[in-house]
Design a protein around this ligand. Structure first.
Ligand code: ATP
Ligand code: LTN
Length: 355
């Protein structure tokens, strides 16, 4: 019942064009290197990527580290560098297979920025201002709000449309950005002629929104100021146990899934169910005569068992030059596809001299 991360070799990747026929579907997703990845990122994103890589047939996957998105808020240069590598290594440690996935760093494929600008020239200011993530993040800053914090969904649309993605696995918090991406694709197609595939979001059945351990009405977020609110995938295992044991719950003691009335225990049930794949109903039944303390202690072991193999893999990968080879090959393949798409976009709009 306990989940285990897949062991895999990091083999030297093959570059550029696949020998076999092109895949019929494309999957695109990214994670920002803004701090250390959390259990929320793992359940809502990374784990889904690994599952999809194994389940989907005839699909090419582009998974990237969204470093351009990270600079929508101030970042320390040394920390950002570290974070980019850290996210790349965690992608692999969680089980992404470089033979199946094009793994790359967003800023190394310049076409993202060019199409991002073109998407800004397709979107309306009012649409950007309505984005809840912008409003939340803006609310947290008093001054120096960067223009890119507002225009960021245009870059995210570019990330997706550049590769003709059909499937975009994301957590619930990104639904609005995906909806905007779909609108922009349709608007562009109407303005200039059929160019972009209109993508579909793919949301995990459970765990699309893991909540903060200290305030279960807020999403677990790696940029939260309170480190007790999240579980970092690289946290010491003892610390992880303590964070689960001290997670905020209510005082009535019943292990029941009622997100509105009992957000704390409901969140812990979601984590339990996502990691073990046992339906929430069955977990409620199993613990109906138990108490929070026992439930939390057992959940702590489940979380630790899920994270331990990821950490072991991570430390093998992080200083290995093969990680650079994988990122270089990933960027090359991404660039090839992106450049071909941009030629079409230039032609459609009438930019430059491409006929
Ligand atoms: P930040 O705090 O910097 O905004 P974040 O922790 O929200 O970061 P992102 O880089 O924005 O992480 O998200 C990467 C992916 O992880 C996205 O698909 C997002 O939907 C998913 N994700 C992030 N937080 C959660 C969460 N608490 N529960 C489920 N999925 C999540
Ligand atoms: N905006 C996302 C990260 C992200 C992304 C993407 C996800 C950037 N570009 C393209 C899916 C597809 C976030 O903040 N979670």
């Amino acid at each position: 019942m306990m989940p285990t991360a897949k062991k895999k070799e990091i083999s030297k990747p093959t570059i550029s064009e696949p020998v076999k026929a092109p895949a019929k579907m494309t999957l695109v997703s990214g994670i920002q290197p803004t701090g250390k990845l959390t259990l929320g990122n793992y359940i809502g994103a990374l784990r889904q990527f690994v599952k999809l890589q194994d389940e989907l047939e005839d699909t090419e996957l582009f998974i990237f580290i969204a470093d351009l998105h990270a600079i929508t808020t101030p970042q320390d240069k040394t920390e950002l560098r570290k974070s980019i590598r850290n996210v790349a290594a965690l992608y692999l440690a969680c089980g992404l297979n470089p033979e199946k996935v094009n793994l790359f760093i967003q800023s190394e494929v310049l076409e993202h920025s060019v199409l991002g600008y073109i998407m800004e020239s397709t979107a309306y200011v009012g649409e950007m201002e309505r984005m809840t993530q912008y409003k939340d993040k803006k609310g947290k800053q008093t001054e120096g709000i960067r223009t890119s914090l507002l225009t960021y969904p245009a870059l995210m649309a570019a990330d997706i449309l550049l590769y003709d993605a059909n499937i975009v696995p994301i957590g619930d918090d990104q639904k609005q950005h995906l909806e905007l991406t779909r609108n922009l694709a349709e608007r562009f197609n109407n303005l200039y002629g059929e160019t972009f595939v209109v993508p579909e979001g793919f949301f995990p059945k459970t765990g699309a929104r893991i909540m903060s351990l200290s305030d279960p009405t807020k999403k677990m977020s790696k940029s939260d100021e309170n480190p007790k609110s999240y579980i970092n995938l690289l946290d010491d295992l003892g610390l992880i146990r303590n964070k689960i044991k001290s997670a905020v719950t209510d005082s009535d003691g019943a292990i029941k899934y009622e997100p509105k009335k009992k957000p704390g225990i409901s969140n812990l049930l979601t984590i339990y169910s996502s990691l073990t794949e046992v339906p929430i109903k069955d977990i409620e039944d199993a613990y109906k005569d138990s108490n929070y303390q026992t439930f939390k202690a057992e959940l702590a072991e489940i979380v630790v068992d899920a994270i331990r193999p990821i950490q072991q893999e991570y430390f093998k990968i992080i200083n290995d030059t093969k990680l650079d080879d994988i990122l270089t090959a990933g960027a090359e393949r991404a660039r090839f596809v992106a450049q071909r798409k941009m030629q079409k976009v230039y032609k459609r709009i009438g930019l430059g001299r491409i006929k």
